[in-house]
Write a protein that binds this ligand. Structure first.
Ligand code: OOG
Ligand code: NI
Length: 399
């Protein structure tokens, strides 16, 4: 087969993102309501206000949590086929959560414009479980579980060996990969084991207790999160009271997010052939408003403002932001436009995790350090530096 007959990674990513959205809409009807609210709000706003309007309707991010280095490594290989690379290292142990994360996403302006789908992906750090008995139980359960469809691996090997996939192979790859993200209403562990995991931390029950890393939210991008949040409440979705990230501004920067509370869902647990019913809380709804990507200088100022809970020092004018080197801009025929922030914010992510793990999702006292090298070893490669990627984007002229 010649190289030209391979389906483009961006096209596979688009198909995957659409398929995941369709699946999640069926699984969580409130997600459909959220999409409608966001579409209405966006339609009522001048899209020129968007940092990048062309991609709006199809823009989503999802999140999953996996248990083993092998799982993360396979995900990294599979996302690469969709043109998604791991960007950034997020240490959630500082927030008392026994995980560390990255975001898989497209990295060039061209690929981002084609489809900007991203996946926030977290890996459990069992070494942070200080109860040794529980830790070995967790490791045993995880070692017996395969989160990937048997159809996926041969296609993945083939894609890597031949440098791409044909249309038909691409379709088979996507449907096999989609399996990994499905919801399972039957747990893989007994109710007793589930309760034990949950008592230690609900995040561990979520990662370890099921057949796979069900997608826990899929987030559309809105142009006005304040309006969308009001509409969420009007539609009876229990939105959180605070919006994570920077305050409302004339020139949006980074990322503002809000979520509705996770659903409490019915689950069946098996114990020696006897089924018991119980519940699990994992899936929630989230919306986000994306603004400009900040330079390292801009990010340092943002972090300082966040720590002081005072953003008055942060300029709110595009020209000033550009002249002071606080945000990234791209040159177009109509002048300079800010680059969209494509990544996540660890403080917001920690807040989102906490509010969606229910009342027991609080921090546990972790004597942890970040461990990017262990994460990268699991991943099988290093994560990319977001600032270098934004810099590279600014060097591409859009005309
Ligand atoms: C991921 C939470 C992080 C975001 O938007 O910051 C996230 C999770 O709950 O698994 O999605
Ligand atoms: Ni999210």
């Amino acid at each position: 087969m010649t190289k030209t007959s391979f389906i483009a990674p961006s096209s596979l990513r688009q198909t995957f993102s659409d398929a995941l959205s369709t699946m999640y809409r069926k699984e969580v009807p409130a997600y459909g309501t959220l999409l409608d609210i966001v579409a209405d709000v966006n339609a009522g706003i001048n899209p020129e206000l968007a940092v990048d309007a062309s991609r709006l309707g199809q823009e989503r991010h999802g999140a999953i949590r996996v248990g083993t280095p092998h799982d993360l490594n396979t995900l990294s290989r599979a996302f690469a086929i969709l043109g998604m690379e791991p960007v950034g290292y997020y240490d959630l142990s500082v927030a008392g959560l026994p995980i560390h994360s990255t975001a898989f996403r497209p990295v060039t302006t061209q690929a981002l414009t084609a489809n900007p789908f991203r996946m926030f992906t977290s890996l459990l750090r069992p070494e942070l479980i200080d109860d040794k008995t529980l830790r070995s139980e967790v490791e045993k359960i995880l070692s017996q579980r395969d989160i990937f469809s048997p159809n996926l691996i041969p296609l993945l090997d083939k894609a890597e060996a031949q440098g791409g996939l044909s249309n038909e192979e691409g379709e088979a790859f996507i449907s096999a990969f989609l399996e990994t993200f499905k919801w399972h209403d039957k747990a893989e562990v007994s109710l007793r084991t589930y309760e034990k995991l949950k008592a230690y931390h609900p995040l561990i029950a979520d990662i370890v207790g099921f057949k796979g890393p069900h997608i826990n939210h899929l987030t559309p991008r809105t142009l006005d999160i304040d309006k969308a949040q009001i509409a969420m409440k009007q539609q009876g979705l229990e939105a959180k009271s605070v919006i994570e990230g920077p305050p409302k501004r004339k020139c949006p920067i980074l990322l503002r997010q809000t979520a509705f509370k996770a659903l409490n869902e019915d689950i069946l647990f098996e114990n020696d052939g006897v089924w018991q019913s119980g519940h699990h809380t994992a899936r929630f709804g989230e919306i986000e408003q994306r603004g400009a990507a900040l330079t390292q200088k801009g990010r340092a100022l943002y972090d300082q403002c966040l720590a002081n809970k005072d953003f008055s020092e942060f300029p709110d004018d595009w020209t000033v932001l550009r002249e002071q080197g606080l945000a990234f801009f791209q040159k177009t025929t109509s002048g300079y436009v800010p680059l969209t922030y494509e990544d996540f914010l660890p403080v917001s992510a920690a807040g989102i995790f906490r509010s969606n793990l229910g009342e027991d999702g609080d921090a546990i006292g972790l004597k942890a350090k970040s461990n990017q090298s262990a994460f990268e070893q699991a991943l099988g490669r290093s994560v990319l530096d977001m600032f270098a990627l934004y810099q590279a984007q600014t060097e591409v002229n859009l005309f």
